[in-house]
Write a protein that binds this ligand. Sequence first.
Ligand code: UDP
Length: 491
Amino acid sequence: MASPSKELHFLLMPLMSQSHIIPLTDFAKLLALYGVNVSIITTPLNAQKYKSIVTYAIKSNLKIQLIPLHFPNQEFGLPQGCENMDTLNSLELFKEFFLASEMMQEPLEKLIQELEPKPSCIISTSPLTWTQQVANKFKIPRYIFQTISCFTLYCSHILNQTKIQETLVLDLDSFLIPNVPHKIEFTKGQLPHDSRKKSSQDMESIFDQIKKSQDLARGTLINTFEELEPWYVDAYKKVVNRVFCIGPVSLCNKEMDEMVDRGNKASIDEHSNCLNWLDSMTPKSVIYACFGSLCNISFLQMKEIGLGLESSNVPFIWIIRGLNFTPQVEKWLRDENFEERVKGRGMVIRGWAAQVLILSHLSVGGFLTHCGWNSTLEGISSGVPMIAFPMFAEQFYNEKFIVDVLKIGVRIGVEVSTNSWNEDKNGVLVNKYQVKKAIDQLMDKGLEGEERRKRAKELAHMSKKAIQEEGSSYLNTKLLIEDVMQSSTQI
Ligand code: UDP
């Protein structure tokens, strides 16, 4: 690949959450293929967790390094070892986490003074608003890395402008997003909490800062590809300056080791078992059920998911993330002999799964997902049709995108979202019958199901082309590098 004329050095700084660190480290690998230097800045525990990226870089002669900066979690009352949002169990702590991350500004500035080659730009995810001030101080451009789609960005922009949702009273009142080419229907209760009702003053000020820093950034990188959502990409390009669609970044992971090492450590043994089991299944027969790194799912909801999967009679892999794997859930699995009952047909993985590895397996025929954008895009680039089970934040936008825009999935039927951390510990969004019905519908061998599978396959093909040499995302990354070079002559 092209070697840049001047030694460029990209500083990448993700918010300390799996859905920010994972795509940004993937992007680091893609970027380094262009011969530029890339430094990923994060906290010590996250640096430790992601250190395999450095091993990978050395093996591939790429100039990537991970630099840890102190994160004052305990000074802000966060639990010891809490350096990633996947260890937060209450919305209350989000503000503290955000404030603690602001304290990384001074160490980052000190680091920049010492770094060689001198940093050419900062790419950070949108909540790290203070990185804009750092960029200003060193007279280098800052780009925002968006971990959501152009569809979501544009529809939220429309709602901000029209405030149409403010005319609704009840959570179940519904409305259509105006001025878009698809019929996108929301209930008021499906909107993210901040656009549904007035947030606390603290949260308001956080949203305000994010918006302001967005306006100051030189450009915006989006983990999507132009062919996936052309109308929304064009529309969003009219809202903000310099949009670069550079995804799907997860496709940079080609080797099995890279996929297993992505994010939290997956258990290799468990994965060998899982892969052997998948090998023994018929193509496209298995449902993979995973709900990301943040969803707190109540015990009662877990039971409904488990019973729904069981009654579907479809082979499945069900991932129960660490914080959801409570003693109550463990006891239920044990007392009910759940794993014994589904033996041979169903597999429960406790903790973390190598998601992109599993999704790329030929036996996987459906993805029961919470509709986080990374998971959605990973489902799309693997060509797997999806059951949309959104719970909070922008996940409902992704549901509409999967079902109504791309037509590669079915809704499970959630009408009102939980708040981010699902503080209602007894909350049940869908029951076992809804889970079973959605699985039956998705795996149906009839015309509708076939059409969905065909479209999903075509999109996967398009996503791979986008990231290959001369594909749209490849060219957009090149344009980004040129923009950074150009900006150094302007600032
Ligand atoms: N992920 C994974 N294994 C798991 C759970 C999640 O590899 O067991 C990865 C997934 O591939 C995705 C990210 O974690 O890249 C989750 O991001 P997403 O935006 O889907 O959801 P969030 O975690 O923010 O809810």
